[in-house]
Design a protein around this ligand. Structure first.
Ligand SMILES: [Mn+2]
Length: 374
């Protein structure tokens, strides 16, 4: 079943080739993308590369699958998804396994056969993103705040909507405007993306996110969704949970868990979600080192400062980060003598967190050291 545009949005406009307009919105966005892809449509056998950030999350994965579907069905262009970095979180692994997704390893890929690249859920200048300098950047679809003054490659079609809850919602809009039929597998993948980034429509939600969530859910494989949401967990998960509980400290409205080395970088985000649920907790900040990088994750409650601004204060120009609404994450490159580097970095992070929680140093000594949770 093809998706029909809701009547109140009117009919899609005709194509308008040329430079990307400042403010892309439906249906001008679809028309502009069509104009950018027109030369490829005229080239038989043209293929595109679909890329995202390292260690993709469900929104990145869903948007990749959605863009590939859009290219194939709306424009007749073949596309290959390629990823960098392992997929870690149990839910994300389950999503890939259950949907039978196959991605090419970017580092082993022969890029010579591609006419151009499209990037989803990230932007070329972000730290955790690798983009080919030997391919045209045809399009970028994202909802993260762009970095200031960053010089990137020329992008023919740039659609970054920071107000949106997920990139998967944005891709849904293109499929809808292109009147593309969304099959069960594509709907399920996109739905996982909207669900993950908006917490089942509980935060960062715009009408488009809501429409995408409901329309995609209608078409999704619900048994498969249930298997993705409650996957089996490796034993290492429980070990990490135990050490996180032991190392976490409460500083007034904040919970901090700076974990030293972790076996799985995704557990940093997982634990931040977990600690934020504690009664009285306004924000949770978790960090852990993995393969030369120190990963950080921040979650904030409604009414608290937005996560992006708070994380920028916590990192104070160290490493790279991104975020929106109540969710932010980043990473800091660790230097030689890693063990010492981890400890020093954690000390700096703790000091900055404390300066935010207790700017006038009014807490007593014990509270300033942080209280154990257990
Ligand atoms: Mn996203």
């Amino acid at each position: 079943m093809a998706i029909t545009r809701p009547a109140h949005l009117g009919a899609p406009a005709a194509g308008s080739p040329g430079d990307a307009p400042e403010d892309l919105s439906s249906p001008a966005a679809f028309a502009h993308l069509a104009s950018v892809l027109a030369p490829l449509r005229a080239t038989p056998g043209a293929r595109c590369l679909v890329l995202t950030h390292k260690s993709p999350d469900p929104d990145a994965l869903g948007a990749c699958v959605g863009v590939r579907h859009l290219l194939q069905k709306a424009f007749g262009i073949d596309a290959q998804i390629s990823t960098v970095g392992r997929i870690h979180r149990a839910e994300n692994i389950a999503m890939v396994r259950e949907l039978g997704l196959v991605f090419e390893d970017y580092n082993k890929l022969d890029r010579s056969g591609f006419a151009g690249a499209l990037l989803v859920d990230t932007q070329p200048t972000f730290g955790h993103t690798i983009v080919p300098d030997d391919l045209d950047m045809l399009a970028v679809f994202d909802h993260h705040i762009p970095p200031k003054d960053a010089e990137g490659p020329r992008i023919q079609h740039r659609d970054v909507r920071v107000e949106l809850g997920s990139t998967s919602s944005l891709i849904y809009e293109y499929l809808r405007d292109g009147r593309v039929e969304i099959d069960k597998a594509t709907a399920t993948a996109l739905f996982c993306g909207v669900r993950y980034d908006t917490g089942d429509l509980s935060h960062n939600v715009r009408p488009l996110d809501e429409e995408a969530y409901l329309e995609l859910f209608r078409r999704a494989d619900r048994e498969l969704l249930a298997r993705v949401q409650r996957p089996r967990l490796p034993q290492a998960y429980y070990k990490e949970l135990q050490s996180s509980l032991r190392m976490a400290r409460r500083y007034g409205p904040a919970v901090l868990a700076l974990l030293g080395r972790v076996q799985n970088p995704e557990s940093v985000a997982e634990m931040a979600d977990f600690f934020l649920r504690m009664e009285g907790c306004k924000w949770a900040f978790v960090g852990g080192a993995y393969e030369g990088q120190y990963y950080v994750s921040l979650r904030t409650q409604a009414g608290c400062q937005d996560a992006y601004t708070l994380l920028s204060r916590l990192l104070d120009d160290e490493g790279s980060f991104g975020g929106h609404g109540r969710v932010a994450g980043g990473r800091v490159e660790l230097e030689e003598g890693e063990q010492l580097g981890i400890r020093r970095l954690e000390r700096r992070l703790r000091a900055r967190a404390l300066a935010i929680v207790d700017p006038d140093k009014e807490l007593d000594e014990e509270s300033r050291l942080g209280r154990c949770l257990t």
